[in-house]
Design a protein around this ligand. Structure first.
Ligand SMILES: [Cu+2]
Length: 267
């Protein structure tokens, strides 16, 4: 039995280390490659922490195997009680504290760019693309009329959509995130964006889809029985296509039905 456990405790850490080392290269950790520049930096932070954890894990497993191996030879020796080692305790307090402090400082830039409004890209800040209102159980999108700036208050000319947020690709865009009822979470896994929508707050969120395409938008906060229904999408379009889509939406919504009737009369 001793050999079983010894093998077990050697094989498991080796397998874990192998998985940790090859996982980033195989794209096993993330749903896809980061679709945004900030997402790439977030991924590299994730990988850095992964490497630190892997190193710590290897160290502790080696210590564990060493103790198992050493004590397995002394069957007849009595266990002894130790009050511990002051020096060791100081070391294993200072080293993790140092690592945590390093991570805290090292990630500050990314955090600030991600969350602190004054650090958002200026072009995104000055022209928010849309307001995203989460509600049980859908995403309601409000755009300004083409050529206008989005106002916090609803405007008669605003354009509306549900569960599809259209944004221009390859440039930073900002949205205002709100919720009409409970707490939801605006989650774009491929773009590495996640932000809670908190009742009573208007939260600016920015992101940049490097490539045009469709990205998954889901709610990442269990918000009620229909939480699963909050699957939606973000469609990133090339600038001209985005403008055309907005014009089309504006036309659709200002259509009073008479234009068509007039056309048919003329024929
Ligand atoms: Cu929700």
């Amino acid at each position: 039995m001793r050999w079983f456990w010894l093998t077990f405790f050697i094989v498991c850490p080796i397998a874990a280390v192998v998985f940790c080392v090859i996982a980033p290269g195989m794209d096993w950790w993330f749903p896809s490659e980061a679709g945004s520049p900030l997402g790439e930096r977030i991924d590299s932070l994730f990988n850095l922490i992964l490497y630190i954890v892997t190193g710590t894990f290897i160290g502790t497993q080696i210590a564990l195997v060493y103790v198992l191996w050493k004590s397995s030879k002394k069957d007849d020796e009595r266990a002894w009680f130790s009050h511990g080692s002051h020096n060791l305790e100081v070391i294993w307090t200072i080293v993790p504290a140092g690592i945590l402090l390093f991570i805290a400082l090292y990630q500050m830039d990314v955090w600030a760019e991600y969350r602190v409004v004054s650090k958002f890209p200026k072009e995104a800040r000055k022209a928010p693309v849309a307001e995203v209102m989460a509600r049980q159980f859908e995403w309601r999108i409000r755009y300004p009329e083409p050529g206008r700036i989005l106002q916090i208050q609803q405007q008669p000319t605003d354009l509306y959509a549900v569960n599809e947020l259209i944004v221009p690709a390859a440039k930073p865009v900002m949205i205002y995130l709100k919720t009409q009822d409970v707490q939801h979470s605006f989650f774009l896994p491929e773009l590495r964006v996640k932000q809670d929508a908190v009742p009573g707050q208007i939260i600016p969120v920015w992101f940049e889809a490097t490539e045009p395409g469709e990205y998954v938008l889901v709610c990442a906060e269990l918000c009620g029985w229909g939480h699963y229904k909050m699957g939606a999408r973000v469609v990133a379009l090339a600038e001209e296509q985005f403008e055309a889509a907005m014009e089309e939406l504006a036309e659709e919504q200002s259509d009073d039905g008479f234009a068509d009737a007039g056309d048919s009369d003329d024929e």
